[in-house]
Design a protein around this ligand. Structure first.
Ligand code: SF4
Ligand code: SF4
Ligand code: SF4
Length: 367
């Protein structure tokens, strides 16, 4: 079997669909689940995020699928909900089979494309590792919190949000939105690699105009900017209301619906639409992140005007970093993909060149 770029992606798509089918079966039909299944999703994301590295190295990619297989074995004594007729060996076997499908396909596959020779930026490599680890942790903790009903993890995620939402943006901008948020990891993995045209390219106008970022960046005299984001009402308030009033901890369908809702939206909507229009954290982080100490520096004198940096493949938010002078773009999540994509030496960097500082001062901005 030959594994072309398309085939490589398709394997994961089918593995994901198989995971979804078995997962839904386990929840709604047999009322029993096994932990390892969450890791199938995590490993899918890891492979997808690292597609460039695994391209041409299918056997190496196959090894990562040992992770869900091992997790399935080690957690085989833990069923998430013991429904009538739940059988540990059966669900361990189901999880193992799901885990092993892509492993077998990759291990018996033949690469027809060369592995990418271009080295990755270290910071991007580091980001991908962090993203994948946090996503895996999120899946495992969600499984424990909601399905087994332990509350300590809920406290963990509560504190995680306090620090990441309230404090981090002042130091590291929206690094959370590029490095840690599981919703972002899922969207990145799917959008960077499943590159078909999304069926919904634009949301209805009423929603498009109400992006949270627009809502929070009211400029003087900008009467068209909404005062309160309608999508906040539409998407998040009902969710938190339901979660609190009906106490959805220990309700197994809740994380399932949430996760697969995100998954389906990622299949339907353009990259990061969920972030700009439906995430209630987006606007606050965008505002607080304006003072971020960590940011990308653009050195105009080295720029070749090739526009690679804000092409869809590079920037999740389609930001033209060349127009920002020293201002932090409201949606920049410090993923450094633009820096990696930029072909000009010293153009997008962590440090601003001396002549660029002078240029910025000359136009009346703080360098
Ligand atoms: S905007 Fe919201 S969903 Fe998107 S990455 Fe940030 S916190 Fe996550
Ligand atoms: S401007 Fe660069 S670092 Fe910011 S989100 Fe876009 S690609 Fe990532
Ligand atoms: S990729 Fe680099 S050189 Fe090309 S336009 Fe963007 S900043 Fe300039």
């Amino acid at each position: 079997m030959e594994i072309t770029k398309q085939r490589f992606i398709n394997i994961h798509k089918y593995a994901l669909f198989a995971g979804i089918a078995f997962y839904l079966y386990s929840i709604f039909v047999s009322k029993s689940l096994q932990f390892g299944i969450f890791f199938v999703l995590a490993v899918s994301c890891f492979n997808l995020l690292q597609l460039r590295f695994f391209q041409g190295r299918p056997r190496l990619a196959a090894h990562t699928w040992l992770v869900p297989a091992l997790v399935a074995i080690f957690t085989s004594s833990v069923l998430m909900e013991k429904g009538p007729g739940a059988s540990k060996p059966l669900y361990t076997a189901i999880t193992l089979i799901i885990s092993l499908i892509p492993l077998l396909l990759l291990a018996t596959g033949k690469a027809v494309e060369k592995a990418s020779q271009r080295p990755r930026l270290e910071v991007v490599n580091f980001r991908i590792i962090v993203q994948t680890l946090v996503f895996t942790l999120y899946l495992a903790v969600s499984a424990n919190t909601w399905i087994l009903g332990t509350k300590h993890e809920l406290l963990f995620w509560g504190m995680f949000h306090v620090f990441t939402v309230a404090i981090f943006p002042f130091l590291f901008g929206r690094v959370l939105c590029g490095w840690l948020c599981p919703n972002a990891t899922l969207q990145d993995a799917l959008h960077k690699n499943l590159t078909y045209k999304r069926p919904i390219s634009r949301l209805p106008r009423a929603i498009e105009e109400q992006s949270h970022t627009t809502a929070m960046y009211l400029r003087e005299g900008d009467k068209s900017a909404p005062f309160f984001p309608f999508t906040l009402l539409l998407a998040w308030f009902p969710m938190f209301f339901t979660e609190t009033v009906f106490d959805l901890t220990t309700v197994p369908w809740y994380p399932t619906v949430f996760l697969y809702g995100l998954l389906i939206c990622s299949f339907l909507l353009p990259w990061r639409k969920l972030c700009t229009h439906f995430c209630w954290l987006s606007s606050y982080r965008g505002l607080a992140g304006q003072a971020s100490l960590w940011r990308i520096r653009y050195n105009k004198s080295n720029c070749k005007d090739c526009k690679v940096c804000f092409a869809e493949a590079a920037c999740p938010f389609y930001i033209d970093i060349r127009n920002q002078d020293n201002e932090m773009p409201a949606t920049c999540c410090l993923c450094f993909s633009c820096m990696e994509a930029c072909p000009a030496e010293g153009c997008l960097t962590f440090r601003r060149a001396k002549e660029e500082k002078e240029r910025i001062r000359a136009i009346g901005k703080t360098a």
